[in-house]
Design a protein around this ligand. Sequence first.
Ligand code: ADP
Ligand code: MG
Length: 835
Amino acid sequence: AGTMEIVYVYVKKRSEFGKQCNFSDRQAELNIDIPPSPQLAEQFVERNPVDTGIQCSTSMSEHEANTERFEMETRGVNHIEGGWPKDVNPLELEQTIRFRKKVEKDENYINAITQLGSVRLPRRQRSGPQPSLCFPTCMSGPSEKDTSWNLPSGSRQTGPPCTDQRHCIKQNNAIDIYQEYFDDEDAVEVMEEAPSAKTINVFRDPQEIKRPATHLSWHPDGNRKLAVAYACLNFQRAPEGMSNDSYIWDLENPNRPEIALKPSSPLVTLEYNPKDSHVLLGGCYNGQIACWDTRKGSLVAELSTIEFSHRDPVYGTIWLQSKTGTECCSASTDGQVMWWDIRKMSEPTEVVIMDITKKEQLENALGAISLEFEPTLPTKFMVGTEQGIVISCNRKAKTQAEKIVCTFSGHHGPIYALQRNPFYPKNFLTVGDWTARIWSEDSRESSIMWTKYHMAYLTDGAWSPVRPAVFFTTRMDGTLDIWDFVFKQCDPALSLKQVCDEALLCLRVQDNGCFIACGSQLGTATLLEVSQGLCTLQRNEKNMASSIFERETRREKILEARHRELRLKEKGKAEGRDDDLREEEPTLNLEELVTKAEEEFFDIIFRELKRREAEAVKKKPKPVALRVRPISVAELEEGATLIAHKVDEQMVVLMDPMEDPDDILRAHRSREKSYLFDVAFDFTATQEMVYQATTKSLIEGVISGYNATVFAYGPTGCGKTYTMLGTDHEPGIYVRTLNDLFRAIEETSNDMEYEVSMSYLEIYNEMIRDLLNPALGYLELREDSKGVIQVAGITEVSTINAKEASLEQLAGAVERSTHPSPGGDGRGLGRAARE
Ligand code: ADP
Ligand code: MG
């Protein structure tokens, strides 16, 4: 089957287009005869060559042809097996076989096929890669002598046609036409929608005396339930009658918790067992570890004995990914990390003391408040401490002391969150003081990336489980920040202010990365859903994130090496040339140092301010003012009329002087043209007004060191000289500028030194003349060594007498240029004043 384009022929009679031209020969006739006149000639300047267009015929009117719209339509036609001659019915097998046989016996056909077998390579290549070679199995008719094979005459191949053809086929197959060459070149997909998040549900502490929500845990199967631990962490300040209960919430029902968990001391942490969703692990405020089996109700199923438990609140509990699913670990500010098996909860299986001096002394131990255990690195675990140090530990070390492997310090306060990147476990996130930091295990001296210092403390943080470059942080001021460091480094990709009116204390991301729960100071758990882009792995994101991690680690290492080098040098100096240094030191007293530092500081600030100011000035558009001068008496006598009208402060309208109400051809044309300027003046404007609006404001800039240019532009006689120079009674911009300039200089001369020089030149017919000393003749433009264009040899009137001389000489110049030489008007373009 095939489709057929339907062609529509659009016909229009010639007569409908207007009158036809008929050319005919006839005798030349004289239309007009203008004899040369010497008087007239005097009024003209001779021009050579002269290009003139002549139109002898009268102008004709326009004629428009409006054609009718025609609707086109393409229809398919079912066309069965094309190419059979009319007398062959393609459905009759017998007929087609007979026809095929007839054709195959045809000499032309045989020739064509044999020659096709030796198709030359260059021609195949030229036609580009094709899926396969095609062989005609049937031809429309052998009658026409077919020359389309286009072979060099006489190159008839008699042998088997296969060899060359095979080559062609092989070559064809060498190119995989289905291969996508630029598949992986695509840039990171830009997130189609801006990152966003919406609150889905809010779960409030049902108790009358509200307690802070200290920890959250998602039900391991899907996002149906959320366990929330509630505890008041103010030491011995918990109000009388405050409940110890924590809750499991069904996400569908924010009105009532599904189950209450009833420990004897409030829970600081609460964790679902990932292997068994009925089992939960809780760390109590009094240091005990408790276990629940929700099938058995609200009461504690297993509890550690007080004497073998922590002595401070348990701030961190995690389940270990073990075969039995019964092992877990806890951390407390008492400086211990304990390992437990819930089948035997009476005492811990192991205790590690967080003493980084490796002396195993509890009094030296740092308070452990966050834990990280990565199942793929089962011998390692990490502990975030109250003192802002991350301790990396080896679980399998032989002695206690060896269990403390190394530390990472950089935070100025407790590390509330510690988590390895789910994609690149070598890199981990910490949250403490006012920052979140990302570290590499390879770089111990400093974190490799960090957020800015926030105004409020950060309270918790976590990686997105699905995007290597995304993490979440909560703040004391109730803000949830979502970071995407591939997309933006200095600021969060999304900052959700006021998730709560009070402080946010904890957060937990659901395994699909789309749902985030935040717990607040007043016991409110807010459930948020982030937009699709934030919880879908972006194209190439893994590579980008890993290369950012690697690059930043490298950078930190280079800095570390450099620091070490400097420290060594200092040490060498301190030991070696100690004495020389001592002698020099006392000469610099502290006060001097402080003033010097202050000066430098303000210098930097002023320079920056100046730079910004200059930039702002540069960006400002150059104001353009228009001045319409009055019609002179002479012009009035000639019958001139005013066509430029000022409409408002900025708009000027030009009326068409040729306007003729009887002229039908022009009747439809717009009769007037309007133009907009920054400011417009008509003949009523005084010199002072023009000066005020265009130039006066520049003076301040000039005396503080900026360049300024004012220039007048227009055809001869439009009033440029009048505006710039003016007359004795009506001085123009030059004189007014100089007056104001000198006044401004005098006013500020106490704390500024100025140098004023003036030159005055004329550019006419591309020639430069010094108007302060016309005898110099024509001057040249040159570029000096700094690339500044200068007029070589121009007179500059110096500072001392600039004021008097300039005004006097200007006046002289006014005279000269208002009585122009016969050569034409002196068009002065003045560099009136220079700083
Ligand atoms: P340009 O320098 O542009 O060739 P001029 O300044 O010499 O033009 O002006 C031509 C004529 O018009 C002069 O005689 C000038 O005095 C007069 N003129 C120009 N502008 C005004 C104005 N605003 N008010 C009165 N006269 C003007
Ligand atoms: Mg002039």
